[in-house]
Ligand binder design. Structure first.
Ligand code: ADP
Ligand code: ZN
Ligand code: ZN
Length: 820
């Protein structure tokens, strides 16, 4: 029997900790089980067992595991391996991964419970302080209370230190208690108090109820819904549905319950939406069939294939057929999407085809729902397909056969904060290889990295170039805002061309989408007259305006510039700071089109999923005619009556201070343009820009993805960006700005000794201070062919070296590998 267990703690620790397994737990202990362990002073955590073995650690004395929480593992073995990979690659701790991976209902929170000591007597020489006395007073009303609740009830703040002194004085006890947060969901159901065989008695009951019309109505509704008078089994009727159907209140129901005619019962129900499959997969057209065959054949010698299919080519149907192939082998499928709230149409379609074998893992799901999905995968309850957002890569899959990453170019696949800062597409590729599964990346606008991998032969490549039902791609027309402004023909946000086409479309009863890049982006400086934008001499990205310093800053190298008084391009003194949001566009649109209903969709108007769905539904049912929105309108929406799309400012996207700005601008514009057009009716896109001469604009007009790719990949190579170089950002945070400045300079200098010119910075990131912490960023640009384990070793060495300096102990340091 093994006496020791290595465990993962939910803390950013660089290694596993070893605990002794008490004898009585030894026979039940398994890797993947949760245990409660003490760590630090008086702290208890839920940890996960990784290994069990007979070796005591050499350098510290072990503590005992307190409790074993599970009879069987809540993780499958490959998951631990996957966590370790993520921690290693993204330079974080396995504890960070553990925190991100498990739904919090499974993480079991440790709440410290304290109780008053009934035998306590105040010591004359060591009287209680006021705050201590006040706390003890509140506490004495309880037998046991958590620190959290006590804090609330006493109205005192930050009571932990007081609790500690009370502990020292033995006025209170502490008992740790762990409680699970998961609660099964229940629902109330209603049934007749007798069975069908006694249905003859109903007549008497009807007579009895003839004077209480509402009760009669309710009873009739029940009989109808349950099928009481028909052959076959009774259908279960929930209280909620019954009251809704009968259109009465629960007072009426209580009457029938009191008379003993109906009875109620409670039932545990699953939160996972389950629905029987009701639809067949559609027949594929010839292009889709070809694509499916090609994908399957690339899978013979490639593990990952990129499906590059124009918008509305019907990629979803291809996925569905591919999924069916995998299900035939009885293996599982993970279908990743960037954001579920944006894919109601997709969700509905998949549910209809796959019914109960599909489960959804949401970002807006409650934690209980997540636990249910987790458990049903763990217990193998028939779920074969998971449709989910990035965190669903952490679910306990048994045997994945296929991972689909839809809209693989989306940057929401990358987690920014907190650690693990992983990219779900890239991590999914690793996950798939651990299962021997294939990966299909799908998009109309591949990321430069994925397309590069495809061209290099690392990924398979399959193309679909025609839209389903031969709908044509929209015509893209340019409005030159620079010219229009100079001629004073464009006072607001809309060009005359956009106004004209929109009002014609609206008059024909068609709809219009106006697209404006995300609200509140980083402020920029621009020449009002010629639209000149300052760029960094070293990095070829637009500069960001920093109000605090009244300076322009390059976020890639940290170089700062003064704001020129005169425009270097046209010589005028018309430099201004700018940025405009969707609200202002809405106001403008209301003025231009007072007779139409306008809807705005951005982060502000779609805080809840309902709000979002309402906006979409209203627009689909043509209750609103103009839809104004940010990136949200570019995604996963299929409208059949939109004939004009306006891209209000291509420039704000192209000039965004990021080396991926043009790539993203192309992706966004191509996606939003894809919303224009209806069956047998080509749509029009009006693209407003001050730079019609930019190659990117030309590429958008001609739907020329390859052209865009060639330009961008050349720049990436020239300026040493991915996919040729790998980026690692090193962030340092501290309260004291001066100290942080000096420490981050020292740190960068130290890194430079190892990595030379591959180190840039330190500089101030776009948001240089968050919650009283100042932030500095150091960049490592490393050749793609460099050995990553070696790079990481070196990084850790420098970090260890720096930590010898005591001042560094208070600095928060973390890495962002492959930042987006
Ligand atoms: P994409 O994801 O490539 O942009 P979609 O999968 O959303 O395209 O398909 C666009 C539209 O065409 C959808 O309304 C879809 O229902 C329809 N469609 C695509 N393929 C088929 C098919 N084989 N049979 C019937 N309808 C299809
Ligand atoms: Zn720069
Ligand atoms: Zn100018």
């Amino acid at each position: 029997m093994f006496q020791f267990a290595d465990v993962i703690l939910p803390l950013p620790l660089s290694k596993y900790y070893t605990y002794r397994i008490p004898e009585e737990l030894q026979s039940d202990m398994r890797p993947g089980c949760r245990v409660i362990v003490p760590f630090g002073r008086k702290k208890y955590y839920t940890a996960i067992v990784v290994h069990i073995h007979p070796y005591a650690p050499a350098d510290y004395e072990t503590k005992d595991i307190l409790t074993l929480l599970d009879e069987s593992p809540i993780l499958r073995r490959p998951q631990l391996k996957f966590w370790e990979w993520i921690a290693e690659y993204y330079l974080c701790s396995v504890g960070d991964v553990y925190k991100a991976a498990l739904p919090s209902g499974l993480k079991l929170e440790s709440e410290t419970l304290i109780s008053p000591n009934p035998d306590y007597e105040e010591d004359e020489d060591n009287r209680l302080k006021d705050r201590e006395a006040a706390l003890l007073d509140t506490l004495s009303r309880h037998e046991k209370i958590s620190v959290q609740d006590l804090e609330k009830e006493s109205g005192l703040r930050n009571i932990l230190p007081i609790v500690r002194t009370l502990l020292d004085k033995e006025a209170v006890f502490v008992s740790e208690q762990v409680k699970t947060k998961y609660r099964p969901k229940t629902e109330v159901y209603i049934k007749m108090s007798f069975g069908k065989e006694r249905r003859d008695e109903l007549r008497g009951i009807f007579e009895q109820l003839s004077s209480v019309k509402k009760q009669l109505k309710l009873l009739m509704a029940y009989i109808d819904m349950s099928g009481f008078m028909q052959r076959g089994e009774l259908r279960e009727v929930s209280k909620k549905e019954l009251l809704k159907r009968a259109d009465v209140t629960s007072v009426v129901l209580n009457g029938l319950l009191a008379k003993g005619i109906l009875v109620s019962y409670t039932k545990e129900i699953s939160r996972i939406v389950s629905m029987d499959s009701a639809e067949e997969a559609h027949h594929l057209n010839e292009f889709q069939k070809k694509a499916l065959e090609d994908i399957i054949s690339t899978f013979h010698n490639k593990d990952v294939t990129l499906l590059h299919g124009v918008t509305s080519s019907g990629k979803t149907e291809v996925y569905i057929h591919l999924i069916q192939e995998v299900l035939k082998q009885n293996r599982q499928v993970l279908y990743l999407v960037p954001e579920i709230a944006l894919t109601t149409q997709l969700t509905g379609r998949l549910q209809k085809v796959f019914g109960k074998s599909l489960a959804i893992y949401h970002s807006k799901f409650s934690d209980n729902e997540r636990v249910e999905v987790w458990n049903s995968l763990l217990l193998d309850k028939g779920i074969k397909i998971i449709l989910g957002v990035r965190s669903s890569i952490f679910l306990p899959f048994k045997d994945l056969g296929l991972v689909i990453v839809d809209e693989e170019h989306e940057n929401t696949y990358k987690q920014q904060d907190p650690a693990p800062r992983y990219h779900a597409r890239n991590a999914a590729i690793i996950l798939a290889s651990m299962h021997g599964a294939k990966v299909l990346l799908g998009t109309a606008t591949p990321s430069i990295e994925s397309y590069y991998n495809a061209l290099q032969g690392k990924f398979g490549l399959v193309e679909m170039n025609s839209r389903y039902e031969g709908m044509e791609l929209p015509e893209i027309r340019i409005a030159n805002t620079q010219e229009l402004r100079r001629q004073r023909q464009m006072p607001g946000n809309f060009s005359p061309l956009l106004l004209k086409l929109s009002s014609e479309a609206l008059k024909r009863g068609e709809q219009v989408i106006l697209f404006q890049n995300r609200r509140g982006f980083a402020p920029m400086v621009e020449c009002k007259l010629c639209a000149w934008v300052p760029k960094c001499k070293h990095c070829d990205v637009s500069l960001t305006y920093h109000k605090r310093y009244n300076q322009l800053v390059c976020h890639y190298c940290g170089y700062t510039y003064e704001i020129p008084r005169q425009c270097p391009a046209c010589g005028h003194t018309s430099i201004e700071i700018r940025g405009f949001g969707t609200e202002r566009i809405e106001e403008d649109a209301e003025q231009c089109f007072p007779e139409y209903k306008i809807a705005r969709m951005d982060l502000d108007t779609t805080r809840t999923r309902k709000a979002y769905e309402q906006i979409i539904e209203d627009f689909q049912q043509r209750k609103s005619q103009i839809l104004i929105g940010t990136q949200m309108v570019t995604k996963g929406l299929d409208f059949d009556n939109v004939s004009v799309v306006g891209i209000l400012s291509a420039d704000t996207m192209m000039n965004f201070p990021d080396f991926r700005a043009h790539e993203r601008a192309f992706q966004l514009m191509a996606q939003v343009a894809g919303r224009a057009g209806r069956k047998n009716h080509k749509g029009t896109v009006v693209l407003q820009t001050a730079h019609p001469e930019y190659p990117l604009i030309h590429q958008i007009i001609h739907h020329d993805y390859q052209g865009m790719y060639r330009t961008q990949i050349a720049e990436r190579e020239q300026f040493s960006y991915p996919p040729f170089f790998r980026l690692i950002y090193i962030y340092l945070k501290h309260r004291d700005e001066q100290l942080l400045n000096s420490l981050s300079r020292t740190y960068a200098a130290c890194l430079k000794q190892v990595f030379g010119k591959r180190i840039l910075g330190p500089d101030n990131p776009p948001v240089a201070r968050i919650q009283t912490l100042y932030i500095r960023k150091i960049i490592l640009k490393i050749e793609n062919r460099a050995s990553m384990p070696k790079v990481k070793d070196l990084l850790h060495q420098v970090q260890d070296e720096m930590l010898k300096d005591d001042r560094f102990k208070s600095v928060i340091l973390y890495y962002d590998v492959d930042p987006m």
